[in-house]
Design a protein around this ligand. Structure first.
Ligand SMILES: Cc1cc2nc3c(=O)[nH]c(=O)nc-3n(C[C@H](O)[C@H](O)[C@H](O)COP(=O)(O)O)c2cc1C
Length: 354
């Protein structure tokens, strides 16, 4: 992430460079670094300094993550033109044990560009929803991430168009996404909903959050807990627990009427579902009662929990394409761990309310 070019700069820049290196060392200690095809140059520009594209550094080995969300590989990507959103990204990456990636414009935004309501570059870009400013470099290993958080400032009530570029640069199918932003005063408004509209329907979108400039680590931690990415706070709040052969698993439950009905059922009495292996990729078993269903053609992945045929639960350790209603996703097991647990004979799943 460090720029050799900066270090070669004239003596008058040396002090700035040392400070920048210290800052980046701090960031690296907080969050892992995404393995990019080309890594952007710096984590955050100072408020007075526009973001500059930097020389790419050498690709690194994919960082090992140990997120509290458990097993899921998480990326925090952030575009921060004047440095206010970058600390939120760093807090989130640290709290999640996630990789951190800075979205850098191929053509850096200058101070003049950023001066809004001047008819300048940013104003023009925000006026045209079809503009897609180019990004310098790319995340080279997006496939390995299950969850991606994207940070950005609010520009004219919306995310900068470069976030649209980012969202359209990758296939996020089957992943969990959310966004966070900072603004001077504007609320989230329709900014997140508009971004959500750019990704495929099978993306799980967690509730986005607008933070004030200077938001604390605790505020970020509170949001991550609310959307279920840290610990089991949300599960405990929701109160629904799942066990496979008596071993608890962390589940990110969907917010839909099928899950609500499942909770009601589990409230009456713990559900015990005797499952059988099927097709070399799933365990399936009867609930005993039909649940409301909103089946959609779905390509599942390991950890997905779906409602099949309105009255059976399927837990995947592989993939299948069929019309299902999504119920949730196991977040604390890798695909290999799930294959081990679910691929070696029939299991019993219990769903209960704490
Ligand atoms: C081009 C431009 C447009 C902006 N539009 C808004 C706006 O509509 N509402 C608002 O509250 N702040 C607006 N701001 C302020 C930024 O949202 C705010 O300073 C943000 O924290 C910057 O984040 P960053 O430093 O990570 O880039 C705008 C800033 C710029 C540069």
């Amino acid at each position: 992430m460090h720029s050799a070019r900066r270090l070669r700069n004239a003596l008058r820049m040396a002090l700035c460079d040392v400070l920048m290196l210290l800052l980046l060392a701090g960031c690296a200690a907080k969050g892992n670094t995404a393995s990019p095809e080309t890594t952007p140059g710096k984590e955050a520009a100072s408020a007075a300094e526009p973001t500059q594209a930097e020389e790419p550094s050498s690709p690194e080995e994919p960082a090992q993550t140990d997120p509290q969300a458990g097993g899921a590989h998480i990326l925090v990507a952030c575009f921060s033109a004047t440095g206010h959103t970058a600390p939120i990204a760093e807090y989130a990456a640290e709290l999640l044990g996630a990789d951190l990636y800075e979205i850098v414009a191929a053509e850096p935004y200058t101070e003049a560009n950023l001066a809004y309501y001047t008819g300048g570059r940013c104003d023009q870009e925000q006026d045209d929803p079809d503009v897609r400013p180019a990004i310098s470099g790319a995340v080279g290993n997006m496939d390995q991430y299950d969850v991606v958080l994207i940070g950005h400032p609010i520009w004219h009530g919306q995310a900068p168009r470069i976030i649209s570029t980012f969202l359209e640069s990758y296939d996020f199918s089957g992943k969990t996404l959310t966004t966070f932003c900072t603004s001077a005063s504007s609320p989230l408004g329709f900014s997140a909903a508009n971004l959500h509209g750019l990704v495929s329907e099978d993306v799980t979108w967690l509730e986005s959050r607008r933070f004030p400039i200077g938001a604390s680590r605790e505020e970020v931690a509170g949001w991550l807990a609310e959307i279920g990415l840290t610990g089991s706070e949300r599960l405990e709040e929701a109160g629904m627990q799942m066990r496979i052969n008596d071993v608890p698993v962390a589940v990110q439950w969907e917010d839909n009427e099928s899950v609500a009905a499942l909770m009601e059922l589990a409230q009456e009495a713990p559900l015990t579902i005797h499952m059988s292996m099927y097709g070399g990729f799933e365990q399936v078993g009867p609930i005993g009662t039909p649940l409301p269903r909103s089946d959609m053609q779905t390509t599942t992945e390991a950890g997905d929990i779906v409602l099949y045929s309105g009255n059976q639960i399927v837990v995947f350790y592989g993939s299948n394409s069929w019309a299902y209603t999504r119920l949730g996703h196991i977040t604390d097991k890798t695909a290999d761990e799930l294959a081990e647990i679910l691929g070696n004979g029939n299991v019993t799943v219990t769903i209960s309310i704490k």
